[in-house]
Ligand binder design. Structure first.
Ligand SMILES: [Zn+2]
Length: 253
C-alpha cells in the first residue's frame, strides 16, 4: 500500500492506494477522465483517516488525482517516462525521455497566484473567490456545450473574473502533472514543444499493453494451470516476476 499526500481538496491529507493488478489494467478502456477516475476508485484503499476512500475518487481535486496517477506510474511502470516523437518538419522519429520524479518535484503551486481562504478555496487579487475543481466538476463540464466555460463557472464562487483568468489562476494554484518538453529533431534540428500529461499517458500505456498482458496470462496459464481470474488478481509486479521465472527456466533448457 502506498501513501500519497493530497493538498487541494476540502480535506487535505493522505490517500492510500494498493498495487495495480491485471484486472485493474484490463478495466481501462479509454484514456479519458472517466477512465482515470474509475481506475483511481479501484486502487484507493479504505484506511482510517484517509482524505478519500474507494468510490469517492471523483471528489479528489484534479491536481491531487494527477499526483495519485503519477505515484501509480512511478511504482508500476518506473520513474523514467519515454516516448517516441515524430518530427513535424521531416517526419523523423526520435526518443524523448525524462524522470517523472523530477517533473513532480518541479511542479509547485504559485503562492502569489491567490490567497488561500480555506482548503480548496482561494481569493484572487480582484476579490473573485474560487475553488479547485474536482473530478466530478470536470466530468460535468465535459458534457456541457462549452466545457471550459462550464468548468470556470463551477469553480467561480463569487466575483467576476473572466473564464480565462480563472483557468489561468487554477493552473497556477493547483497545477496538474503536465509539462511541455523541448524536442529538438536530431535529423533536421527542428525544435518543437511536446506536451506531456500524466493522466492520458498512463492510461494509454495500459491500453497499449493489452497484447503483452494477454501473452503473460497465456504463459502463466500454460505453465501453472491458474485460472484467468487468479492470474488477473495478481499484482502487476508479481505477474511479471512469474513470467520472467518461466522464461528464464525455458531459456535454460
Ligand atoms: Zn526533423
Amino acid at each position: 500500500m502506498r501513501r500519497i499526500e493530497v493538498t487541494y481538496g476540502d480535506r487535505p491529507g493522505c490517500v492510500f492506494v494498493r498495487p495495480l493488478r491485471g484486472d485493474d489494467e484490463e478495466s481501462v478502456v479509454d484514456a479519458d477522465t472517466w477512465s482515470a477516475i474509475a481506475l483511481v476508485d479501484r486502487l484507493l484503499v479504505d484506511v482510517a483517516g484517509a482524505a478519500c476512500g474507494p468510490g469517492h475518487a471523483a471528489t479528489l481535486a484534479a491536481a491531487d488525482r494527477d499526483r495519485v496517477l503519477a505515484a501509480v506510474y512511478r511504482a508500476e511502470l518506473g520513474d523514467r517516462v519515454a516516448s517516441t516523437v515524430t518530427c513535424p518538419a521531416c517526419a523523423a522519429q526520435f526518443d524523448l525521455d525524462f524522470r517523472l520524479s523530477a517533473l513532480c518535484a518541479a511542479i509547485r503551486p504559485e503562492a502569489e497566484a491567490a490567497a488561500a481562504i480555506t482548503a480548496g478555496r482561494y481569493r484572487l487579487a480582484d476579490g473573485t473567490e474560487l475553488r479547485v475543481p474536482t473530478g466530478a466538476d470536470e466530468l460535468a463540464a465535459a458534457l456541457a456545450p462549452e466545457p471550459e466555460r462550464a468548468l470556470a463557472a463551477r469553480c467561480r464562487l463569487s466575483g467576476d473574473a473572466d473564464d480565462a483568468t480563472i483557468a489561468d489562476a487554477l493552473e497556477r494554484i493547483a497545477p496538474l502533472v503536465s509539462t511541455e518538453l523541448d524536442a529538438v529533431c536530431p535529423e533536421c534540428g527542428h525544435a518543437h514543444l511536446v506536451r506531456f500529461d500524466v493522466q492520458p499517458f498512463l492510461l494509454a500505456r495500459l491500453l497499449a499493453e493489452r497484447d503483452q498482458r494477454a501473452a503473460e496470462v497465456h504463459r502463466l496459464a500454460r505453465s501453472y494451470g491458474w485460472s484467468l481470474s487468479e492470474i488477473l488478481s495478481l499484482p502487476r509486479g508479481r505477474r511479471r516476476a512469474y513470467v520472467e521465472l518461466i522464461e528464464r527456466e525455458q531459456g535454460a533448457r
